[in-house]
Ligand binder design. Structure first.
Ligand code: UAG
Ligand code: ATP
Ligand code: API
Length: 498
């Protein structure tokens, strides 16, 4: 890290065999310095090649782009004193170059993909490793957490940021890392340069159909983790309870990977045989390679047991002793913003904050709470702006079908009209259920009204924002934290701190 490297050392070959000494990498022209390689990537809004003249003016020593980019910037490139690399897939070439540039990652790495559960699985995997005395991190939506900590802007960062933090974590002594692989990250080859020992799959339901052309395209992006990123020597850990699990296992087996299937399904290598709930968590009974294991989990939500299975499979796939792995499970703790008990009213009613932001997650989270609730279950739900519009009515429907009362509110409207987003969520709620539905745009007021409605034995699920600490309205991020708001609402209503 830090020293100049030749293009050849970064696995790149320039046109006419010309080499260059590279002093840094940038994917954004505004970050190019003298001697840098500028990766001019095709974008969703503009081709990065439009910024090649700026990058050259700033002293770029080399340009990496595709054939379209080379054509677009032909004039600037023709007169430039810079090496030009034209790659069929420049994002993949950049991922490889970034890996070689930073040249260090924790020795044992795993990744997990799926619509829901990535942060939970990555966090549980890190917690298991830590309980086994290993220096570990998880890396994704909640940043880099564990033995090395850093904030991240993306679930799966672009390769330069990704390899920078991996190298920093390795330098800090981290030996084990579990990362999240988002479908955007996989489609954009952000993690193609990472060497993985194992990869996991949780589930596939609707999300991100604003970015992926259709559901098949979304599946294929996720399948890229097994079809491309995980090597033939890696192990795939697949939840076969999901309807696409078997398809994912087939992708892995076709590539020659060892597969550990997990789930409730009879015949799964790591099987969840039974699950019993109590006030503070659940007891699970599992079977792995003919041996039974029982563990008390201090985790609410049946779905968390499914995530635990994937995490256990990943840790075992990296060589751990299964007996030792199961011993750690009672010590695992709630993932921030995932089915987190945020406050309790003086009448005993509980308020949970959860990151459910897809139709399946809203349904799963509410169903998971039901066995713990003796009274009514109230849901606060909203949908994000500038994201998959087709999931909005489905989220409203999922809330109405699984809660006794629903409050539709705002969740990061971004550039959109919040009222229009709420209307789309409401449109999924059948007329017959409308009597139990309130529309309250202001999220703080929605939380106050949800908390106020709680009687003894009731519970409130505040869905959508989980660990987030801001509400994005237009270009502004206003401070907002569901857990804080829940506890303030309880304090205001009950005259005491939650
Ligand atoms: C939709 C999407 O994923 N976009 C990513 C994509 O940008 P883009 O194709 O839209 O870029 P563009 O604006 O068209 O510009 C094209 C290129 O020109 C470059 N540029 C642009 C302007 C300039 O002045 N100079 C310059 O060089 C840009 O850096 C880019 O490489 O390539 C960029 C560089 O790699 C990414 O930063 C950018 O992520 C944006 C910021 C983003 O918000 N992505 C989100 C949706 C995302 O990836 N989310 C997933 C999580 C999803 C989930 O599971 O919940 C994630 O992993 O975080
Ligand atoms: N295995 C699961 N099946 C269904 N829903 C789940 C599962 N795990 C988590 N969820 C729901 O999804 C929400 C988000 O969980 P988590 O953050 O672990 O997923 P994620 O895939 O990392 O999402 P994102 O990448 O968008 O952060 C949870 O708060 C819960 O409501
Ligand atoms: N990573 C997800 C998180 C969504 C969370 C929700 N609060 C929203 O803003 O839609 C996304 O960007 O789609």
């Amino acid at each position: 890290m830090g020293q100049a490297k030749s293009l050849a050392q970064l696995g790149l070959t320039a046109k006419s065999g010309r080499d260059a000494q590279i002093t840094g990498l940038a994917v954004d022209s505004r970050e190019v310095r003298a001697g840098y390689l500028f990766a001019a990537l095709p974008g969703t809004r503009v081709h990065g090649a439009s910024f090649i003249p700026t990058a050259l003016e700033q002293g770029a020593a080399a340009i990496l782009t595709d054939a379209d980019g080379a054509r677009l910037a032909a004039d600037a490139l023709g007169s430039a004193d810079a090496a030009i690399v034209v790659a069929e897939d420049p994002r993949q070439a950049l991922a490889g170059a970034a890996a070689l540039w930073f040249a260090a990652q924790p020795a044992t790495m795993v990744a997990v993909t799926g619509t829901n559960g990535k942060t939970s699985v990555a966090t549980f995997t890190r917690q298991i490793w830590e309980e086994m005395g290993l220096a570990a991190v998880n890396l994704g939506t909640t940043g880099v957490e564990g033995a090395y900590e850093a904030p991240l802007r993306h679930t799966t960062p672009e390769p330069i940021t990704l390899h920078r933090v991996l190298a920093q974590a390795a330098a800090a002594g981290v030996t084990h890392a579990a990362m999240e692989a988002s479908s955007h990250g996989l489609a954009q080859r952000r993690l193609d340069g990472v060497h993985l020992r194992a990869a996991g799959f949780t589930n596939l339901t609707q999300d991100h159909l604003d970015y992926h052309a259709d559901f098949a395209d979304y599946f294929n992006a996720k399948a890229g983790l097994f079809a491309r990123v995980l090597g033939v020597d890696g192990t795939a850990v697949i939840n076969v309870d999901d309807s696409r699990g078997m398809d994912m296992a087939k992708v892995a087996r076709t590539r020659g990977q060892e597969v550990i299937t997990v789930g409730r399904r009879e015949g799964a290598d790591l099987q969840l045989v039974s699950q019993r709930f109590d006030a503070t968590g659940q007891t699970i009974l599992c079977r792995f390679r003919g041996k039974s294991y029982s563990a008390d989990l201090a985790l609410l939500g049946g779905f968390q047991a499914e995530n635990i299975l994937v995490a256990v499979g990943l840790v075992i796939a990296c060589g751990a002793d299964p007996d030792r792995v199961f011993e750690t499970l009672p010590h695992l703790t709630t993932v921030r913003g995932r089915m987190q008990l945020a406050a309790t009213r003086s009448n005993g009613a509980a308020v949970f904050v959860d990151y459910a932001h897809t139709p399946d997650a809203v349904a799963t989270a509410l169903k998971a709470l039901r066995p713990h609730v003796m009274g009514r279950l109230i849901a606060i739900v909203g949908a994000g702006g500038d994201r998959d519009t087709t999931k909005r009515p489905l989220m409203g429907q999922a809330a109405a079908e699984n809660a006794d009362q629903v409050i539709v509110t705002d969740d990061n409207p971004r550039s959109e009209d919040p009222a229009a987003i709420r209307a789309a969520v409401l449109s999924g709620i059948p007329a017959a259920a409308r009597a139990h539905v309130l529309e309250v745009g202001d999220r703080a007021e929605a939380i106050l009204r949800g908390v106020a409605a709680l009687g003894p034995g009731d519970a409130l699920l505040i869905a959508g924002k989980g660990h987030e600490t801001g509400q994005t309205v237009g270009d502004m991020v206003l401070p907002f934290d569901d857990v804080e708001q829940a506890s303030m609402a309880v304090a205001a209503l009950d005259g005491r701190l939650a």
